[in-house]
Ligand binder design. Structure first.
Ligand code: ATP
Ligand code: MG
Length: 381
C-alpha cells in the first residue's frame, strides 16, 4: 500500500504561539514518525506580528499561497502589545483576511474532551460543570462583523455610527449543514440548540426559519430547539448541561457565547478550535471533508506569560487532533492524541504531583506536559 502524504502548514504566530505550537508539532511527529501508511509534511511560515517585523505584512503572499495549497493549517495565536491599535500595520486584519481568503465559514469549538478532571479550575461549581459536553458551531465570515458600517469619525458632522447584520439563506444553510454533520457524528445524533434573537432582529428571524427548514427537510433525525441568545448566555452559567449537544449560532453571538463556554472547563489553555470551509452540501453524504481547515487554540497570544515556558499547550495539541479528524480524515489518530491528553491530565509525576501547568493550578512547564503526552502517546501506538 502506498503511503498517504499530507501537507500541513504551521503558523507559530506571536507571544506564546511558538511555544505551544512546538509541543503540538512534537506530538504530531511522534505520532507519525514510524507510521507505515501516513506521512505528514510540515512547513512553517510567517504570519502575524512576526511576519510584520520580517516583511512589513501580517499575511505575506507566500504564506497565503502555502495555506491555500495545504491540506490543513495549524496555527498559534497572533498579535501583542508590540503591534497595538496605534501601529501602522496590525496582525488582526491579517487573520480576518486569511479566514476570508480560505472561505472558512464554520468555526467549531468543542468545550470538553471527556475528562471531567478538566473542570478542576472551573469558576462554576463542579456539580454543574461535570458532564458538560457542548460543541459551539459559529458562523465565521458573515453577519455584523462583515456587514456595511459607518464610522463616526469619517463624517464627524453626522453624530452616528452604524453596523449592519446581514445573512443570506445560503449562508445560514451551509452552517446549518456543518452543525448537522457534527451532530450526526455521534450516535445517537446530538441535539442542535440554535441560538438567535428572533424576537427582535430580522436577520435572526431568517436564521430561525432557514435552520428549521434545512434540518426538517434534510436531517429529520436531529432534534432541534431554539434559544434566545440572552437566555442561552444565562443557561451556560446556570445549568450548562441543558445545552449539551451542538450550539449553532451566528458570528457575533457565537463570538460571545464561545468565549463564555470556554471557561467552563477551567482554563482557556485547554480548548481547541477548527475553522472549516466547503462543508457537505448533499444531505445524503455523511462524510465530512472540508476543503480548507484552520486549526488553533481558542486562547490569544498571552503576552503576559510569553517566553516563560509556562503556557498550557493542550489547546494547541487538541487542535492538532481536530486537524487530523476533520481535514485529514485520520479519526483513529485524532482519538489517540485525545486519550493521551486525558491520561496525562489524570496522571501524577514521580513526586506525586498532578501533571498540570500553572493555569490549572499546577507547577509544570509547557515542554514537560508536552513530553509527558508524547510519552503516553507512544505507549498507545
Ligand atoms: P486575544 O485578544 O488574542 O483573544 P486575549 O486578550 O483574549 O487575547 P489571551 O491571550 O487569550 O487574551 O489571554 C488571556 C489570559 O489567559 C492571560 O492572562 C493569559 O496569560 C491566559 N492564557 C491564555 N492562554 C493560555 C495558555 N495556553 N496557558 C496559560 N495561560 C493562558
Ligand atoms: Mg480574546
Amino acid at each position: 500500500m502506498s503511503k498517504k502524504s499530507f501537507r500541513v502548514v504551521v503558523l507559530p504566530g506571536d507571544g506564546i504561539g511558538p511555544e505551544v505550537v512546538a509541543e503540538a508539532v512534537k506530538v504530531l511527529k511522534a505520532l507519525f514518525e514510524e507510521s507505515p501508511d501516513v506521512e505528514l509534511k510540515l512547513e512553517t511560515r510567517l504570519f502575524g506580528g512576526c511576519a510584520i517585523d520580517e516583511t512589513g505584512e501580517a499575511l505575506p503572499a507566500s504564506t497565503l499561497q502555502a495555506c491555500k495549497e495545504a491540506d490543513a493549517i495549524l496555527m498559534g495565536s497572533i498579535g501583542g502589545p508590540k503591534w497595538g491599535v496605534n501601529s501602522k500595520v496590525r496582525p488582526e486584519p491579517g487573520l480576518l483576511a486569511l479566514r476570508k481568503a480560505l472561505g472558512v465559514f464554520a468555526n467549531i469549538r468543542p468545550t470538553k474532551f471527556g475528562s471531567d478532571s478538566l473542570v478542576v479550575n472551573s469558576p462554576l461549581k463542579e456539580s454543574i460543570t461535570r458532564g458538560v459536553d457542548i460543541f459551539v458551531v459559529r458562523e465565521l465570515i458573515g453577519g455584523i462583523y462583515f456587514g456595511e458600517r459607518k464610522e463616526q469619525d469619517v463624517a464627524p458632522q453626522e453624530n452616528v455610527a452604524w453596523d449592519t447584520m446581514i445573512y443570506s439563506v445560503e449562508e445560514v444553510q451551509r452552517i446549518t449543514r456543518v452543525a448537522a454533520q457534527i451532530a450526526l457524528a455521534s450516535d445517537p445524533p446530538l441535539p442542535i440548540h440554535s441560538v438567535d434573537k428572533a424576537n427582535v432582529l430580522a436577520s435572526s428571524r431568517l436564521w430561525r426559519k432557514v435552520v428549521t427548514e434545512t434540518l426538517e427537510s434534510e436531517y429529520p433525525q436531529i432534534k432541534l430547539d431554539h434559544q434566545l441568545v440572552d437566555s442561552a448566555a444565562m443557561l451556560l452559567v446556570s445549568s450548562p448541561r441543558k445545552l449539551n449537544g451542538v450550539v449553532l449560532t451566528e458570528n457575533l453571538f457565537g463570538d460571545i457565547l464561545s468565549d463564555e463556554a470556554s471557561v467552563i472547563p477551567g482554563s482557556l489553555g485547554l480548548l481547541p478550535s477548527a475553522s472549516l470551509a466547503g462543508a457537505p452540501s448533499l444531505p445524503s453524504s455523511h462524510s465530512f471533508k472540508p476543503t480548507s481547515g484552520l486549526y488553533e487554540p481558542i486562547h490569544g497570544s498571552a503576552p503576559d506569560i510569553a517566553g516563560k515556558g509556562i503556557a498550557n499547550p493542550i489547546g494547541t495539541i487538541l487542535s492538532a487532533a481536530l486537524l487530523l479528524r476533520y481535514s485529514l480524515g485520520l479519526e483513529k489518530h485524532a482519538q489517540l492524541i485525545e486519550s493521551a491528553v486525558r491520561k496525562a491530565l489524570d496522571s501524577k509525576n514521580a513526586g506525586g504531583w498532578e501533571l498540570r501547568t500553572a493555569d490549572l493550578g499546577g507547577n509544570i512547564g509547557t515542554k514537560e506536559i508536552g513530553d509527558r503526552i508524547v510519552e503516553i502517546l507512544k505507549t498507545l501506538l
